[in-house]
Write a protein that binds this ligand. Structure first.
Ligand SMILES: CC(C)(COP(=O)(O)OP(=O)(O)OC[C@H]1O[C@@H](n2cnc3c(N)ncnc32)[C@H](O)[C@@H]1OP(=O)(O)O)[C@@H](O)C(=O)NCCC(=O)NCCS
Length: 175
């Protein structure tokens, strides 16, 4: 995966009904550690990383690259939405396309925040890189993620085996 390349970055903070999407800042570091050390968050993502390793190795301002949004609710980071270029995706249908990823803290699940934030990020993408389809890969066992993908308008391209699990590759046509 690579970042989105030459897009105007960072954008002005994007405001939705309940959330703000913005560039990561140094004050987000503890939440990034929490996100990546959480066994719940990484149930379908190959397992969490050890907290001590994250504390040691996480950059001062993690995730600071074009297409990496921190999602904030009432001033607190609750998750991350990632738009990257899947330059070396293992499935030819996805290679080179923009790829959507999302990670939210368990306390922010089940409230529609991920859907609200991803919709806003996809809207931003349609403005800065019009006409681009977006792909998404998730484990089929990750039912919350599968529901979110459908809600966002992704449709199935194929299922495939990787990382010891069945994966779902979806695509969303440009608006
Ligand atoms: C995948 C993930 C982001 C989904 O989060 P989520 O909170 O379930 O997703 P949504 O924002 O779509 O919220 C969904 C629920 O909020 C409910 N909800 C409550 N209040 C709502 C509101 N005001 N507006 C909209 N939905 C609301 C919906 O009914 C919905 O429930 P349902 O899916 O049972 O029908 C989250 O589980 C996660 O971070 N998982 C770990 C990381 C991960 O696996 N990422 C996938 C990598 S590709």
């Amino acid at each position: 995966m690579e970042d989105l390349g030459p897009v105007a970055w960072p954008p002005a903070p994007i405001r939705t009904e309940r959330l703000v999407l913005r560039e990561p800042e140094t004050r987000d570091r503890p939440v990034f550690v929490e996100l990546h050390a959480s066994p719940e968050v990484h149930s379908f993502l190959g397992g969490p990383r050890p907290r001590a390793e994250l504390e040691r190795e996480m950059p001062e301002a993690p995730g600071k690259w074009p297409g990496s949004f921190v999602v904030e609710r009432d001033g607190d980071m609750i998750g991350q939405v990632l738009l990257r270029r899947a330059t070396e995706h293992r499935r030819p249908a996805a290679a080179g396309k923009v790829d959507l990823g999302y990670l939210f803290l368990p306390r922010a699940w089940g409230l529609g925040y991920a859907a609200e934030a991803c919709t806003a990020a996809l809207g931003w993408l349609a403005d800065v890189l019009p006409g681009e389809p977006v792909v998404l890969t998730t484990q089929t066992a990750n039912t919350a993620s599968m529901r979110l993908a459908a809600k966002l308008g992704f449709t199935e391209v194929e299922r495939f085996e990787a990382w010891d699990a069945e994966q779902w590759l979806g695509i969303r046509a440009p608006a």
